[in-house]
Ligand binder design. Sequence first.
Ligand SMILES: C[S@@+](CC[C@H](N)C(=O)[O-])C[C@H]1O[C@@H](n2cnc3c(N)ncnc32)[C@H](O)[C@@H]1O
Length: 282
Amino acid sequence: MATNQGANAEAIQFHYDTSNDFFSLWLDDGMFYSCARWLDGDETLSRAQFNKLAWYYDRMDLAAGSGLLDIGCGWGGALREAIARQPGIDHQGITLSKEQLQHCQSDAGGNLNAALLDWCDLPADKTYSNIISVEAFEAFAKPDLSKQQRIDAYRGFFETCHRVLAPGGKLGLQTIYLETARSTDTPEFLQKHIFPDSALPELSDVFSAIEGLFSLQDAENAAYDYYRTCRAWQKNMRRRKAEIVDRFGVELYDRFHTYIAMSLIGFHQKTAGLLRLMLTRV
Ligand SMILES: C[S@@+](CC[C@H](N)C(=O)[O-])C[C@H]1O[C@@H](n2cnc3c(N)ncnc32)[C@H](O)[C@@H]1O
């Protein structure tokens, strides 16, 4: 069984358990905390988030018997959309955030099947036809790992997905990756105050780690989509600044506003990219 080589529950909760109300003030209605997919200039952030899920679900057979696992399910939006497409689908979400779990299991969150569970601890006796994992991968390797240690950590993840997927099953993965930047360039501010114990993969890490386990069905780099997503979050934050500062304090506002601005620049300058992958278990 793999062991967690990245952010543990405490590190994840430092970021994600800030407050559900805080995130709801600047994310879209579905509470997606990941890159959307923009097809034209005018769509809303919610629509663009739906487009992103369509990219994955149109490439999976959600009707296939043994269901869908969401690794890093956030506030449950991807599972709610899967249920809307395939009512009664056997679904399971896992997260390391207590606040997210509470939302997923509430009436407002759709009373989802969700658990506070590290992917490393997924039981071996349950298999799924499909896995979706959207921007959890960034938390699977600590910044001080060597390239080989990072590849090994990611391989542990892909081996686990291979184990819990039925033969021919699909893995839809979305992750930020380092395009021209290197992990040693990651600003201390991000490591210390935003995402402790997390580091972005390089493209070659991901492809080395899937060898022999998954074949590539489809891929795209959507760095500009992330620039636009960050712009939308930034606009929401600025529009609601008074309320955010009043309820959560100026320090939290400044910290998140700075990190979104830094991310936006990274995607615009293409030091970072956004990888969408559809993989088939071999
Ligand atoms: C950026 S959020 C993305 C949430 C959601 N997929 C979305 O698109 O809105 C990252 C998610 O990954 C989860 N996560 C990070 N490391 C994890 C781990 N080792 N096991 C399970 N979930 C993990 C976090 O708890 C969080 O739900």
